[in-house]
Design a protein around this ligand. Structure first.
Ligand SMILES: [Zn+2]
Ligand SMILES: [Zn+2]
Length: 367
């Protein structure tokens, strides 16, 4: 990219409109900013939702791609990483897609839930392409001053980082919310990237058994490769049979902890029923509004003495911990096998279709 004055990016012009490759001027860096030459960005379920206009407050046109890894091409003066070390041209870094959380509002200071900060903006989701190269499906990404960067440790190749992708920090957050105890029976509903990452993390938390409820076969094979002990294929069992299957695998009681990572509202009631009385249920998969579900508050909640926790987004701590886990345990789990396909910028529309149709586990954009 060194000498070029223009940068290509794949742009989502509006909901349901075809992806276009557009050319942008190489930006002039303000002090503290970084121009990152993209190595990989990813295509995740959120991008499919964005393409269908399912997420509120999205300023189309936008350059999608919220989790990316790249090489520092240029910095606006000296820019330090989290450890206080200056970033140099050629350093391989990633960055937290969430930016501009204020640290001053009620949510940031009192609730200590920065993911609910109203000032929060997200690369590839709530920044518009009209504001610049603020998404990963591009030859380069403009990191505004103050974007939280993280250098990849030498034993963590960019391929492995992006294979775990944005599912990893989300799943680190969900695992924290789940408070798994040593030996617990854990059910993970959903075998997409969040669920698959959670399979590995649940084992690291000491789960006694990890049961994955999901589909299709390609993803369930991946769940087994990640170390799941039992698989419940939702195409083979009716909803009531799935609940029974989980009970049969857990001494008749149900899971101590269930993590929902499906994106399907109907899965929520089912997951409550798969969880034992006085167990815990974490809902992380309902990131966008895809509909309602009916529950029976007596049987599903009150009499069950069930604890239900929502889990929205992730912050830098989850991102940081995810990178540490990948660097330390990357060889123990099958993360490298999660990548099924690489796409160029011109093929970004195809990548979205393949993710939407669950043809691939993880699709990468390699600009
Ligand atoms: Zn994502
Ligand atoms: Zn705030």
């Amino acid at each position: 990219m060194s000498a070029s004055t223009s940068i290509r990016a794949a742009v989502m012009p509006a909901p349901d409109a075809p992806i276009e490759v557009r050319t942008f001027d190489r930006p002039r860096l303000e002090p503290g900013a970084i121009l990152l030459e993209t190595i990989y960005s990813e295509v995740c379920g959120t991008d499919v939702h964005l393409h269908h206009g399912h997420l509120a407050g999205v300023p189309y046109p936008l350059i999608p791609g919220h989790v990316s890894v790249g090489r520092v091409a240029e910095t606006g003066g000296e820019v330090l990483d989290l450890d206080g070390l200056p970033l140099r041209t050629g350093d391989v870094i990633t960055f937290l897609d969430v930016h501009e959380t204020c640290g001053k509002c009620w949510y940031c200071t009192v609730a200590k839930a920065s993911t609910r900060c109203p000032s929060r903006r997200v690369y590839g989701i709530t920044y518009s392409a009209d504001e610049g190269l603020l998404g990963g499906w591009a030859e380069a990404i403009y990191l505004k001053p103050g974007v939280k960067t993280l250098r990849l440790p030498p034993n963590l190749p960019p391929e492995r980082f992006i294979a775990a992708g944005c599912g990893l920090p989300t799943s680190v957050h969900a695992i924290e919310r789940a408070e798994i105890k040593l030996g617990d029976n854990v059910v993970i509903q959903g075998s997409g990237p969040v669920g698959l990452n959670a399979v590995a993390l649940a084992q690291l938390q000491g789960a006694g058994q990890v049961i994955v409820v999901g589909a299709p076969a390609l993803r369930l094979e991946m769940a087994t490769a990640m170390g799941a002990d039992e698989i419940v294929d939702i195409t083979q069992y009716a909803p009531a049979e799935r609940v029974q299957r989980v009970k049969d695998l857990t001494g008749g009681r149900g899971a101590d902890v269930t993590i929902e990572a499906t994106g399907v509202p109907a899965a929520v009631r089912e997951g409550m029923q798969m969880t034992r009385d006085a167990g815990r249920y974490v809902v992380v998969g309902q990131y966008t509004d895809v509909g309602e579900v009916e529950i029976n508050p007596h049987w599903d909640l009150n009499r069950k003495h069930l604890e239900v926790r929502g889990c929205w987004g992730s912050d830098f701590s989850h991102f940081y911990r995810g990178v540490r886990v990948l660097a330390r345990y990357g060889d123990r789990f099958a993360w490298d096998r999660m990548i099924s396909a690489e796409y160029s910028l011109n093929q970004a529309g195809q990548a979205l279709d393949d993710v939407a149709q669950l043809k691939v586990i993880k699709a990468l954009i390699k600009p």
